[in-house]
Design a protein around this ligand. Structure first.
Ligand code: SF4
Length: 677
């Protein structure tokens, strides 16, 4: 038996584990002692080997023939076919007619190459990935408030926080090993847990206060808490004066959000808002954790800015066990953003107007780079067949992950060329003109960056199936065919280039990433990495208070669609289910989708537990079984988004946050109809 140390391919916690290999097959997993996961794994981590040798893995390149069916072809044929088509489209419509989608499931090295491919080889900033669908508002909001769009503190610090405020994160299901830290802080250290979530989630049982705000009312709730803090003089005057700016403009807006007024918007009783505000503000060290309950709204950036306001108001940032901590959903969504797989940022969050930094990249890559932001994921798909004629996509599955899937399908069908590079025939690959077989985490070397900015190694333990190729090799081979030879011998060489061009990764050469890895910023070879950000100074200098007014969600309930639909994840599955739904262990726990309905709503509708119903929105409809539960408040239903056959995203709305362009997955209007009268 051989043991290979690597990093879990699922959520952003980044647990380290050993793959057990015997005779060329991964036969099991054991957790690494210590590290971010302290020798533990959640059920997904324990089962993370079960999809690796699945017989449905893609093993040969496929090109769609004249009869519409896929034909197996050689790599030479597939790559030449793609290169010729891309050249033709570029010549006819220009570089911006091509879009590239990188992947939060792939390594930093692969994402870096993919954005370089878009910008240097194709000549477009139309490069994005599904961070746009989960934490684009975090990147925009925290960059505006603090100058850095990442988790400010470390996971281990949670244990010493006096108060932990969790808003919009079902941590137990989505980041189980972070939830474990929260529970230990509460049980062993007496930390107070403040929870804001419309649903009665597992953490509710451990919370001192649980505020069940109406979906989409977070700005009002946070303004209400800050109103109390100011009214009762609980703010940190010294921090506000010395470390921040724009406080007075912020104060003027917050003063209007009395708890009584906020109750009308959020339904949270005023006394609960007061108690929560006092508990958070009086704590010596208070940490905020949030996730997609905050970010996936048309007011996602406003929600993030409000969390930043709250932390600055009480001086709870820039010191240990405090901070504003976005919990990243996928294994490498942080890293994919860091290395520039975003339409509006070059690597290291270089803005499109930062001429000096872009010049450095132009010199390194020997090209002139585009200086305007490209199209984001949702925009690219929306423009398919119009401005966009080709999409080259690595490891993404918009046919399950994006809002309003019926529209996504119709749009992708209009493309002249859709190339999907993946390990399985995903729902999106089924629509492609060319499908390229690539490799999974156990078959490659590289790095993932977890939610606390920790860059960790992944290591090759087994060979890929059939003719599947490394993602980085496919990109370089395609680039070379398109006239820009990319010559790298290994992921290590790609990381060496990243360390030269991405200052926060400056000291992160492979030989320094053995063991527990390093947290960025790590600018030089002798730098130990950074446990928490903004110690004496924010990345932007002074922290910026932003006055934020409450705005309602894009779609309101009405007589025709009287229920609020909210979507999310469950512990047993990951993202679009491509990997976890091939795991017997995980399928045994949950193999089909469900809609959570409050028993009172069910009574009014005349439906029972386990009954098949039709859920409808203005975008589409799905048939799905009910699960009656008081977890959801009356008037709200919840559907996990992992299941392609009755996908929640058939129903969701593609309304976007105007700044971050993130869709409003968390609120839309829906109805339930009985299938059998
Ligand atoms: Fe850890 Fe997340 Fe993997 Fe579970 S899914 S083992 S919490 S990294």
């Amino acid at each position: 038996m051989q043991y290979t140390l690597t990093t879990c391919p699922y959520c952003g916690v980044g647990c380290q584990l050993y793959l057990k290999e015997r005779e060329g097959k991964i036969v099991g997993i054991i957790p690494r002692e210590g590290g971010v996961n302290e020798g533990k794994l959640c059920i997904k981590g324990w089962a993370a080997h079960e999809f690796i040798h699945d017989p449905q893995r893609l093993t040969k390149p496929l090109v769609r023939g004249k009869d519409g069916k896929f034909e197996e072809v050689s790599w030479e044929y597939a790559l030449t076919y793609i290169a010729d088509k891309l050249k033709e489209i570029k010549a006819k419509y220009g570089s911006d007619a091509i879009g590239v989608l990188a992947s939060a499931k792939c390594t930093n090295e692969e994402n870096y190459l993919m954005q370089k491919f878009a910008r240097v080889v194709i000549g477009t900033n139309n490069v994005d990935h599904c961070a746009r669908l989960c934490h684009a508002s975090t990147v925009a909001g925290l960059a505006a408030a603090f100058g850095s769009g990442a988790m400010s503190n470390s996971i281990a610090e949670l244990q010493d926080a006096d108060a932990i405020f969790v808003i919009g994160s079902n941590t137990t299901e989505q980041h189980p090993l972070i939830s474990r830290r929260i529970l230990r802080a509460v049980r062993e250290n007496g930390s107070k847990l403040i929870l804001a979530d419309p649903r009665e989630i597992d953490l509710s049982g451990f919370a001192t206060i649980h505020m069940r705000q109406k979906s989409g009312s977070d700005v009002a709730l946070l303004n209400g808490m800050m109103n109390v803090i100011l009214a009762e003089g609980l703010q940190d005057e010294e921090f506000i004066k010395g470390r921040t700016e724009n406080f007075e403009a912020f104060r003027k807006v917050v003063e209007r959000y009395t708890p009584e007024y906020v109750k009308e918007i959020t339904s949270v009783p005023p006394e609960k808002i007061r108690e929560a505000a006092r508990l958070y503000a009086k704590a010596d060290k208070a940490a905020i954790l949030f996730s997609m309950g905050i970010t996936q709204h048309t007011t996602g950036v406003d929600n993030v800015l409000s969390n930043a306001n709250l932390a600055m108001l009480t001086g709870n940032v820039g010191k240990e066990s405090t901070g504003v901590n976005p919990l990243r959903g996928q294994n490498n969504v942080q890293g994919a953003c860091d290395v520039g797989a975003l339409a509006n940022f070059y690597p290291s969050y270089v803005r499109m107007d930062n001429e000096a930094a872009i010049k450095k990249l132009e010199e390194a890559w020997s090209v002139t780079l585009p200086k305007v932001a490209g199209l984001t994921v949702v925009e690219m798909i929306g423009e398919s067949g119009k401005k966009v004629h080709a999409i080259y996509l690595m490891g993404e599955n918009p046919m399950v992950s994006d809002p309003d899937i019926n529209h996504v399908r119709e749009s992708l069908k209009k493309l002249d060329l859709l190339v999907v590079q993946d390990i399985f025939m995903s729902e999106t690959a089924e629509l492609a003109h060319v499908v390229l077989p690539s490799v999974c985490y156990a078959e490659k070397d590289g790095t993932f960056t977890n939610t606390e900015r920790r860059v960790q190694r992944i290591r090759k333990a087994v060979s890929p199936p059939g003719e599947a190729r490394q993602d980085w090799e496919i990109i370089t081979q395609l680039a070379t065919r398109l006239g820009y030879p990319m010559k790298y011998a290994s992921p290590k060489e790609i990381m060496d280039e990243i360390t030269r061009l991405v200052p926060i990764y400056g000291g992160m050469q492979f030989d320094r990433l053995e063991g527990e890895g390093l947290q960025w910023p790590c600018p030089s070879k002798d730098h130990p990495g950074t446990k928490y950000l903004h110690k004496d100074k924010f990345s932007r200098g002074l922290g910026l208070f932003t006055p934020v007014e409450y705005l309602p969600p894009a779609e309101q309930v009405d007589k025709q669609y009287p229920l609020i639909l909210t979507t999310g994840r469950v512990i047993f599955h990951f993202h679009t289910g491509t990997m976890t739904r091939r795991s017997p262990t995980l399928n045994k726990q949950l193999s089909e989708n469900y809609v959570e309905v409050n028993p009172e709503d069910a009574r009014m509708l005349g439906i029972v537990n386990g009954e098949s119903v039709r859920v409808k929105s203005r975008r589409g409809e799905i048939n799905i079984k009910t699960r009656l539960s008081a977890i959801v408040p009356e008037g709200t239903i919840f559907i996990p988004f992992h299941f392609a056959e009755n996908a929640a995203n058939v129903l969701t709305i593609s309304a976007l946050d105007p700044k971050a362009k993130i869709p409003e997955f968390k609120v839309c209007a829906a109805r339930i109809d009985k299938l059998v009268p």
